[in-house]
Each structure stands twice: as C-alpha cells, then as structure tokens.
Design a protein around this ligand. Sequence first.
Ligand SMILES: [Zn+2]
Length: 472
Amino acid sequence: MTQSYDLVVTNARVVTPDGVTSGGLAVSGERISAILADGEQPAAKETIDAGGRYLLPGGIDPHVHFRTPGLTHKEDWAHGSRAAAAGGVTTVIDMPNTQPPLIEPELAAEKASTVSGDSLVDFRFHMGVTVDSVENLRRLQPRQATSVKVFMTGHHTAPNIIRDPVVLDRIFQVAAERGIRLVLHAEDDSVFSLLDETQAPPTGYDAYESAHPRTGGIVASSRVIELVRKHGTAAHILHVSSSEESDLLKAAAKAGLPVTYEVTAHHLSFSAPDTQRLGARIRLRPAIRCEKDKGRLWDAVMEGSVASLGSDHAPHTVEEKLLAVADAPPGLPGVQELIIALYTGMRRRYPGMSTDEAMRHVARLTAEGPADLFGLGGRKGRIAVGLDADFTLFDPDVTWIMAAKHTYAKVGWSAYEGWTFTGRPDVTVRRGETIWDGRDPEQPRFGTASGIWLDAEPAVPGGFTAQRETSA
Ligand SMILES: [Zn+2]
C-alpha cells in the first residue's frame, strides 16, 4: 500500500539543525512526517517544487507589537500577520503594551479569542507588569504566558514604567520564584530624566542619538545583571543597541548568569547617519547607534552570543511619525523585513560565507533560538520529523528593491524603502497550510487566518513547579 502525504516539497536545500541537505520534506496533517532525500518524490495530495530554494524553519518573532486591543489604527492582527507570513515568520509573540495593557493573567484568553480568526500565524503573548500588578505574577499560568515584559524606561506607547528600584527588585524576586523569564526594555529612565534636566529636547534628528545616549542602556543592563546575580532570575534583554551593553551581557553569560539578549534587524541595518537622513522612520528606542556599535552587534550575532533576533515590529502611522521630534513616537514596522534584512546584511558583510552557512545562521537566530528561549521547542523552530510543518521557501539569490507597495503592515511604509535586498521568502507554510505564496509577484496570495494560540513549556527549565506543588 502506498502512503500518501498531504504535502510534499521537493528540490529544496533543507536547513536542519545538523546542516543543509538537498531534498525535501513530507507533511501529514500539520506535522513534518519525513525528511526526503534528493530525488525522492512520494505520492501526495499537493506537491511543491521548491526550484532549488532553501527550506528554512518558519521564523519565530518573539518581539512584535500588533497593537490589539486599543491601538488598532497603527496595526492589527490581519495586517501584522500577513506581514509576518510574507517575511517567512510563522509564529509571533506579542507584547503587552496595548490599551489596556495585558497585565491580568486571566485576560490572556480574552486577547487570544479577540485575535483568533484574524491571524495567519500562530501566536503567544508576553504578560505585562506595572507597579501595581506585581502580585499578579504569582498566579500566572504557563498557558497564559511564561515570560513577562518589563519597561525600565518608556515612551508614548509604553507608559507603564518600573522606576522604583524596590519594585524592580520585587519583580525579579517573584519571577525567579515562579520560573518566569523576564524580557526587558533595559534603558534607565532616571538617567534620561537627569540628562533631560540639562539639555533641551531634540528638535531635529541630527542629535537624536546623543539625546538618548547609550548611558541609559549601560546603566540599566548593569542593574539587570546585579538583580539576576541576587535572585537568579532568567532575564532576556531586548533590542541591545551598543557595543558596551553587548560586551557586558556577554561577560555576564560567561560568568554563568542566566542572562541572554536580543538584537533587532534595524540595529544591524542602520547607523546614526541614517537617522539624520531618514528621520522619524528610524526614530527608535533604543536609538540607532554608531557604525562601530553596529559592527560589534554583528560580531555578537555571528559568534553566537546573541540568543535570538527580534523585529520589534512597532508601527506608527505616517501622521504620527510626522509630529515634532519630541512628540513623534518611536518604532517601525519590521516583522516582514526581519529575515530578509538579516540575510541581506550577512551577504554584504561576509561575502565569502557560503549560502548554506548563512542559512544555518538565519535558522539559528530566527527559529531555534527563540523557540528554545520561550518554551516552543517541542513543536516549533526546527525542521525535524514530528514537529509542526512550519517553513518558508527562501530564494537566496533574487535581488529586489523594497518599496512601500511591498509592505503588508497596516501603516503601509517601511524604513527599508529604496533598499536593495538580497533574498526573499517566496512561499510560507504554517502547520502544513500555505499562508503566503509570492512566487508570482504580480499576484501574491495569502492563506486563511487560522493561526492558533499556542501552549508552551515553561520558558525557564523547571519553571512554574512551585505553583504546581502548592496547588496540588
Ligand atoms: Zn518593543
């Protein structure tokens, strides 16, 4: 009897944890049921000839702001998840700084039902915390979230800042007790307040970086490291922007502390002169820094010090971005550009690197890393038999110029407009279903918005056990 699969992909360069091989894969239902050798083509209801493209594990973007509820004029799940699919991302973890913010664990289920039916990609949430909601973390369940976002500084769309060192200490303590991974915007608000007392707010983008200097990040990272040393909390610092922070965090990890960090595609793509040129589009927190910092972040990414890449997809409308410098909100759309910008940057910076090697780095940074950090490795993040059939077929050779018409984010603009990109995800499959097919650029097609709210293992090994014991 001949076994028939639901979907077979042939003629691909398959990027597995062990390396890159020529062949394909077979899908039964939602899962990968076989990795195929070169030339093998079993019967299937649907067959995709990858045409030599790379078959990458579906991206997991652990840092998106899809703005639901309350800020849906900036972004929503229908648009954000399309941008994700077109960028080769099949899972996102959404940030809690919505209106209202997600700070009640019980409201995670409500948020999931709001999102359900709108999302092409699978999803999880980071829980939020305010000065008044720290005790909520004691009843947080892994189903709701295994990670909690802490803003040590804030801005227009992030008003709930933890400034009080006593409260911050308490959060680290509770998180350590519960096995919660903290994800942090680690810039020190008191540093910025102090500087603001003696300097006028920036009126143009020439001095934007110096108005939001690296000092804030260095001070906050040092505080995080001390709190991790004191409590043993697992802490993941988001969007690290300077060489000093990167070096500090690397040293902390080397000293055995459970500290990891994220770098964004935009901090790898832009440097301070770009802020002068592009202005509000790359008005960001943390600010885009110098060429030297960008180089050091690339080093950290390639050598394996950086645990995962994130897009920090945080769109604002053109009208909002055109406000005076002090009022223009920081953030950019980025989930669609994440993998493409990473790959393009790698090609330019390391011209001698083989495509196979570049693709292994992409898989490590955008799929394996975030899956392992956030308890998703049991079903996502790798091309392996038994895991969800989440993958993208990536053309590594195509060069194309990014234009506003290519963007699927609701705001309709990209900081990368005018960039010549190398590489593009042409087909994206999530749990066996094609959710993006851009092989014909004139007629790109999306699948159905049948993304699900994922369950996850505790993000910290052994996490949440104390709760289980006391409730047993
Ligand atoms: Zn963010």
